[in-house]
Ligand binder design. Structure first.
Ligand SMILES: [Zn+2]
Length: 425
C-alpha cells in the first residue's frame, strides 16, 4: 500500500501490511503463528533484526550491483525515541516520521520511510526486503526500529543518504558535497566544492545572495577570504613615520609595497585557478597578482591604523579583478590599484566616485567581515562603506550561532544545489 509518494530525487513513504497479504496468499490462518510466544522486543532483538536486515538487503543490492547500505546511528537514536513516544506504533503516520526526520537532519538529501507489520520476525524481515527503496542506489543507509504491539510485530524502516554539514574544516578534510543553511534566508541547500577552483564565491540558490568567499592558499588549504588578512605590517620607513596626513600615510605604504612587489601583466585578472597568498608570502616572494597585492596592501594599511578593505569585482578593462579601498579619517574613500608598480604619487589616488565607472565591487572583506552588495552593483562602486549599500556578514558570530541553535523545520523537502561561481580568469 503506497501511502504517498513525494519526489525530490528520492523521497518515498510507504506502509505495507504483510500480515493481511500473508493470510490472503495462504488462504488459511497459520496456527503456529497464532499461538507462538511473542518475542521480547528489546535492544538485543533490535540489533539482531537490524543486522539480519542489512545482510539480506545488502545481498539483494549486490545482485543488483548497487553499493551496500549501513546503519545511520543518529537516525537509529531518532527512530527509537520516535517509536517510544507513540501510543500505538502500528498507527504511525509516515508523514510525521518524514517531517520530523527532515527537521532533525536538514542534510538528508534522500530520505524514504516505511512501516511494515507482520506476525513473525521472519515475515517482518521478508516484508522489509520487498520495499522497493531498499534496492535504490540513491540511499547509503538503512536504519530500522522494531516494536511489538499486541500480537503484531512492526518495523519502522528508513532509507537515507545524508550530506555532511558544510564547514571550512569539513571542506578541507573530505571535500565534495555538503549541506548548508543560508545565513540570509535560513533555507537549507546542498553545496559542492570544486577543489580545482581556487577562488569560490558561494551563493544561495533560494535567495540568490552570495554568503561566503573562499580561496585555496598556496598549500592547497581552503580558507575564508578574511583569514588571509593575517595582521601583517610592513617595515616602517621614514615616509610612513613622518606622514602628516592620511593621504601621505596611504601613499607611503602603497609606494613601499609597489616597489617591493613585481607584477606579471598576463596575470592582471583574478584567476579562479590560482592560489591566494598570505600577505607575508607576497612580501617575501616580492611578487603577487591582484588579490595577493590587494590583501597585502589592505592588511598593511590596517596595521597602520587605517580603515581598508579588499574589493572583489569587475573592472571594465581587465575583467574579474581585486583591488584595495581605504577610507581616511575625513571620510574620503580611495580606490588603490594594488597592481601598480610605481612610482606612486598623488595622481594615483583615485576617489571612489572617479573610479566608479571602471571599478564595480561585488564583495568586500577586511580582517573580521565579509560584505555583500545590498543594492545594485552600480551603487556599490560609489560607496564602499555605507551600511545601506553593503550588508555585513560577521563570520565569527555566524559560526557561533550555527553551533548553538537547533535547526528549524525545513518547509518542503527540497535540497537545492548551491550556486558556486568560480571567478573567471
Ligand atoms: Zn538564501
Amino acid at each position: 500500500m503506497l501511502r504517498s509518494f513525494l519526489l525530490f530525487g528520492g523521497v518515498l513513504l510507504t506502509a505495507a501490511t504483510a500480515l493481511s497479504i500473508g493470510l490472503h496468499r495462504s488462504g488459511k490462518t497459520d496456527l503456529f503463528e497464532m499461538f507462538a510466544p511473542m518475542p521480547s522486543v528489546d535492544a538485543a532483538f533490535n540489533r539482531g533484526f537490524h543486522s539480519d536486515a542489512l545482510l539480506s538487503v545488502n545481498a539483494q543490492r549486490q545482485i543488483n550491483q548497487v553499493p551496500g547500505v549501513k546503519v545511520d546511528q543518529e537516525i537509529q537514536e531518532f527512530l527509537s525515541a520516535f517509536v517510544q513516544e507513540q501510543r500505538d506504533a502500528t498507527d504511525i503516520d509516515l508523514d510525521d516520521v518524514f517531517d520530523s526526520l527532515q527537521a532533525k537532519f536538514p542534510g538528508a538529501q534522500y530520505l524514504a520511510a516505511n512501516l511494515v507489520t507482520a506476525p513473525t520476525r521472519a515475515k517482518l524481515l521478508d516484508a522489509l526486503g520487498k520495499w522497493e527503496a531498499v534496492d535504490s542506489e540513491d540511499f547509503s543507509h538503512l536504519t530500522t526500529k522494531v516494536f511489538a504491539e499486541g500480537r503484531t510485530l512492526g518495523a519502522l524502516g528508513v532509507m537515507s543518504r545524508r550530506l555532511p554539514k558544510f564547514s571550512i574544516e569539513a571542506a578541507n578534510s573530505y571535500g565534495g558535497k555538503f549541506f548548508n543553511r543560508c545565513p540570509h534566508c535560513q533555507k537549507v541547500h546542498a553545496l559542492s566544492i570544486d577543489k580545482k577552483a581556487r577562488t569560490l564565491i558561494l551563493s544561495c540558490p533560494d535567495c540568490r545572495k552570495p554568503f561566503d568567499v573562499l580561496a585555496s592558499d598556496t598549500k592547497g588549504k581552503v580558507r575564508r577570504a578574511t583569514d588571509f588578512m593575517s595582521g601583517f605590517a610592513i617595515p616602517r620607513n621614514q615616509q610612513i613615520i613622518g606622514a602628516q596626513s592620511d593621504e601621505e600615510r596611504i601613499l607611503a605604504i602603497w609606494q613601499q609595497i609597489a616597489s617591493q612587489c613585481k607584477y606579471k601583466h598576463d596575470q592582471n585578472a583574478l584567476d579562479a585557478y590560482e592560489a591566494w597568498k598570505d600577505p607575508e608570502e607576497t612580501w617575501e616572494q616580492k611578487s603577487g597578482d591582484c588579490e595577493d597585492t590587494s590583501i597585502l596592501l589592505a592588511d598593511a594599511l590596517i596595521s597602520e591604523g587605517m580603515e581598508a578593505r579588499v574589493a572583489i569585482g569587475w573592472n571594465g578593462n581587465i575583467g574579474q579583478h581585486a583591488w584595495t579601498v581605504v577610507k581616511t579619517q575625513g571620510g574620503v574613500q580611495y580606490v588603490l590599484e594594488s597592481t601598480f608598480e610605481g612610482p606612486i604619487t598623488y595622481e594615483n589616488l583615485t576617489t571612489v566616485k572617479d573610479a566608479a565607472p571602471f571599478y564595480q565591487p561585488e564583495q568586500l572583506f577586511d580582517r573580521q567581515n565579509l560584505y555583500f552588495l545590498a543594492t545594485t552593483p552600480e551603487r556599490g562602486g560609489s560607496d564602499y562603506y555605507s551600511d545601506r549599500v553593503w550588508s555585513k556578514l560577521d563570520v565569527q558570530r555566524q559560526i557561533v550561532r550555527s553551533q548553538q541553535s537547533s535547526p528549524k523545520v525545513v518547509s518542503g523537502s527540497k535540497v537545492t544545489e548551491s550556486v558556486v561561481s568560480p571567478v573567471d580568469g
